[in-house]
Design a protein around this ligand. Structure first.
Ligand code: AMP
Ligand code: MG
Length: 427
């Protein structure tokens, strides 16, 4: 089996993956999705000139001399509430009572807030009914929101490839969209393989272990932006594996993930079956944990479905998922960036390494005093960093990534870390 680097394997896989087509998504379901089209405003926001305050719409020039000692008295010609079309004109000497969001009537060019009028006076001091005293001058345009001041008609407000957050969803609604074209999310079949596996609800008879990989992988698919399609357990024989792969194709998966059976054991059937069902490569990747990896395309009845065969050891499977499957799902779903951002953190203990790229389980935290990121790997002990120790992944929130060729890093050096709990990466 050829030995290839992590970057070579990843580049090869991604060069065979394309973004999926667009689908129409209701705006209620659109958060976290990726836009498949540019969005051009076909109307102004706000659509009309309106008041930013509860107050009185006036001609600003009328208020020039107003003060609490020498108020300006204006005749009130009516009220405009939000949602109404005004039926009056504001000439010099008059005012219209107006609510926030209501259209500014023709003639008016400013709004005086209630707080700057006799509204705040006790009733006995107020001017006669039908009039209002203005206590402060306003400038033309004051407390008025112009049509199109937020978004001008014709502007490209969102672009293909943008990930929709709550704000983008609101902007789409304000432009009159109830649906939006988004990149389809991949359906990802998740298959476990192995004669030793039983489900979480089944009794543990001698020689059996629980199938954890299917559950971890379903969770990881969801976090990566895919739609998981759990396919259960295939036994280590050609008939069952072939049947389960057929089922995956019937389920219209866009990507198939298997675990185990890709190394050199006697019952590692996945290799043989995959080789028969399509064009599949088997690699030894220079990565720790998780050397064996399969990648290829299943071809039947004109369908071509990419497949990634992960190693069986739970931690190796997790690392290989993070490194190879997550970017694949993100590319299909149009999500960017494909890879996790690397941060630098100061490691607390010596690291020894074989020379393969090593994704070490670590905890990263920020030193309150210096603001610096710190990382602990709890040392290179196999009881922590062994590829079957799933509980140490529960303890971890990051990987320290030791580059290829590096065999020793002393405590106190800064290292690359990938935070896999990073909240902005959830979608
Ligand atoms: P294999 O690649 O088939 O040699 O499996 C490597 C190791 O991973 C073995 O110890 C398997 O028992 C274990 N393993 C395989 N599949 C799973 C699974 N779905 N859940 C948990 N452990 C597994
Ligand atoms: Mg096996």
């Amino acid at each position: 089996m050829p030995l290839i680097s992590v970057d070579q394997a990843r580049e090869y896989i991604l060069s065979h993956i394309t973004e999926l087509e667009a689908e129409t998504v209701h705006l209620f379901d659109a958060v976290g999705r990726v836009l498949a089209e540019d969005v051009v405003a076909d109307q102004d926001i706000p659509p009309f000139r309106n008041s930013a305050m509860d107050g009185y719409a006036v001609q600003a020039a009328d208020t020039a001399s107003a003060s609490p000692e020498h108020p300006v008295l204006l005749r009130v010609v009516g009220t405009v509430a939000a949602g109404m079309a005004p039926n009056m004109t504001v000439e010099s000497g008059v005012a219209a009572r107006i609510m926030t969001g209501a259209p500014v009537p023709p003639g008016a060019n400013a709004v005086v807030r209630f707080e700057d009028t006799s509204e705040v006076w006790p009733p006995e001091r107020r001017p006669p009914n039908g009039t209002i005293a203005i206590l402060r001058p306003v400038q033309p345009g004051e407390n008025v929101r112009e049509a199109g001041e937020d978004v001008q008609r014709g502007r490209t407000v969102l672009r293909r490839g943008d990930r929709l957050r709550a704000a983008e969803v609101g902007l789409l609604a304000s432009l009159g969209h109830s649906t939006v074209e988004c990149v389809r999310r991949p359906r990802v079949g998740v298959l476990a393989t192995g004669d030793e596996l039983v489900g979480p609800d089944e009794p543990l008879t001698p020689g059996k272990i629980r199938n954890s990989n299917e559950y971890t992988n379903v969770a990881l698919v969801r976090l990566a932006g895919g739609i998981p399609v759990p396919l259960g357990i295939a036994r280590d024989n050609v008939e069952d594996l072939t049947a389960k792969i057929r089922r995956a194709l019937d389920e219209n998966v866009d990507l198939l993930i298997t675990s185990a059976g890709v190394s050199v054991g006697d019952y590692d059937m996945v290799k043989n079956v995959l080789a028969a069902e399509g064009e599949v490569h088997f690699w030894q990747v220079a990565i720790k944990p998780g050397k064996p990896l399969a990648f290829g395309t299943i071809v039947t009845e004109g369908k071509r479905v990419p497949l990634i065969g992960l190693p069986g050891n739970p931690v190796a499977a997790f690392v290989a998922f993070e490194v190879f499957v997550r970017p694949t799902i993100r590319k299909m779903a149009g999500l960017k960036p494909l890879f996790r951002r690397h941060f630098r953190a100061r490691v607390q203990e010596d690291i020894t390494n074989s020379g393969r790229r090593h994704y070490m389980r670590a905890r990263v935290w920020r030193d309150e005093a210096t603001g610096e990121l710190l990382a602990t790997t709890r040392g290179s002990d196999v009881r922590v960093q062994g590829s079957g120790i799933l509980s140490s992944l529960v303890w971890a929130n990051a990987f320290v990534v030791v580059p290829e060729g590096v065999t020793f890093i002393p405590a106190g050096e800064t290292v690359d870390v990938e935070l896999f709990d990073w909240p902005e990466e959830v979608f």
